[in-house]
Design a protein. Structure first.
Length: 446
């Protein structure tokens, strides 16, 4: 061998090599950015969701607006979750349009069958803005059609004309969000604009295996954050110190953000359901309600524990805690396909009323002032209809609580449950709930 070519060699072979590399580098960079622009779930899953959604409506064009670039410096960009669910697209300013599968018996079948079933509208790139917000993908970028997985990708400026063309064949529009409803009513006056949440919710309520895996990951990271807070917990600390430990734990685990604002409420603050100032000093003899969980890979978790600041419950605290735990266990035991959250709520409240009293001898059920649970997914309070019966694949919380301001005593225990064909799986089982186990874990954490 003659050795490497000089750094600036101008041989024909080297020129061809250099030109090839120069052509490939932009494509490589675009491919890298494409990976960041779209959710990493496989494209076929998003396409399957859109196909299923088309069977839920027949009389309208469905329009979903993605989130816009945030102008609030307190927050980064996060995609609208309905839009994310159907596309996986994680860049601002996009619009998705779907039309239903035409019915062969419909007199308008010939006309409607020629229309596109789906269009993704993307804004054109603006290099001057990209200096501030980073490289974006435009509708003309190489590989954009295949990577989005949407059959037709068009520039955003064609949205209005394409929508008007589609509305020549369909009488109504379906969309979500008050801003989108108002904008579409102005764009298409005289048309009925219907809330699309009613047809999207049934799909989002039942999770795929890939979604369940992501929720489990967020739950595992949240469990570790709670355990980290138990190591840090001691009298004299401030609530925000516990919040900081937990946020640091799940961010270090690779999660993008909290699933909601951290709730760390001690003493009287334990009786405030969504207390979020997290500014009070925690003292021995009090309990602290810690309602904190992570969002990882776009999917949320939701876990709450009530912790004795000094490491041991007082007799009264333990009494109330055991009532809440008993109510939770009763509800969990009743989970199975066909049951509703309302039915589970009644089971929990009945248990509270049959066990324990307040200082005046009254049953404790009246101190349970919120719903027993909710669906969890892309949102911590995921799009759902709580009157629907349970189905295997649904992910819910079970979170009974008793809040007695007179005693500065609030207790909430919240866990993540996956509904199975025969009952449920406790996704947050790694975090102790039993008061004895909890006290032992607190002692071992020191």
């Amino acid at each position: 061998m003659s050795g490497p070519l000089p750094p600036h060699s101008t041989t024909p072979a080297n020129n061809r090599y250099t030109q090839t590399v120069r052509r490939l580098i932009p494509l490589f960079l675009i491919a890298l950015h494409l990976g960041a622009a779209i959710d990493t779930l496989p494209n076929p899953e998003f396409a399957q969701r859109r196909d299923k959604l088309r069977t839920n409506f027949s009389d309208a064009v469905l329009v979903l607006h993605g989130a816009k670039e945030s102008e609030d410096l307190h927050y980064g960009f996060f995609q609208d979750t309905n839009f994310l669910y159907l596309t996986g697209w994680e860049e601002p300013g996009a619009v998705l349009v779907l039309t239903p599968n035409p019915d062969k018996d419909d007199p308008a079948f010939a006309e409607r069958s020629k229309l596109p079933r789906e269009i993704l509208f993307l804004p054109q790139r603006v290099p001057s803005q990209e200096k501030w917000t980073g490289r974006k993908l435009g509708p003309l970028d190489p590989g954009i059609d295949a990577r989005t997985g949407v059959a037709v990708v068009l520039p955003a400026e064609r949205f209005e004309s394409e929508l008007r063309r589609l509305l020549e064949s369909y009488p109504n529009i379906r969309t979500t969000g008050t801003e989108s409803i108002a904008a579409l009513k102005q764009l298409a006056p005289g048309r009925n604009v219907i809330d699309a949440s009613l047809v999207i919710a049934p799909l989002r309520m039942t999770k795929s295996e890939a979604e369940i895996a992501r929720i489990q990951h967020a739950t595992d990271a949240s469990v570790q954050a709670h355990l980290a807070s138990w190591k840090a917990m001691k009298p004299g600390q401030y609530e925000y110190e516990i919040s900081a430990v937990m946020e640091g734990s799940y961010l270090k685990a690779g999660c993008r953000r909290g699933a909601y604002a951290p709730i760390v409420g001690s003493g009287p603050n334990s009786t405030v359901l969504h207390y979020s100032r997290n500014s009070r000093r925690m003292d021995s003899g009090e309990v602290t309600v810690i309602d904190v969980a992570a969002e990882c890979d776009n999917y949320a978790s939701d876990i709450t524990r009530t912790i004795p600041v000094g490491g041991k419950f007082t007799p009264r605290q333990r009494e109330v805690y055991e009532v809440v735990l008993g109510a939770q266990n009763a509800a969990i035991a009743a989970i199975k396909p066909g049951v509703t959250i309302q039915e589970l709520t009644k089971i929990a409240r009945d248990y509270m009323n049959a066990h324990g009293k307040d200082l005046h001898g009254a049953p404790l059920g009246k101190y349970f002032v919120h719903g027993l649970g909710h669906h969890v997914g892309l949102d911590v309070h995921d799009l759902s209809n709580t009157t629907f019966p349970m189905k295997a694949g649904m992910v819910i919380t079970i979170e009974p609580g008793i809040y007695i301001p007179e005693e500065n005593l609030g207790v909430r225990i919240e866990d993540m449950l996956l509904v199975t064909t025969t009952g449920s799986k406790l996704m947050s089982a790694a975090l102790p709930r039993d008061p004895d186990e909890l006290e032992r874990a607190l002692a071992q954490a020191k």
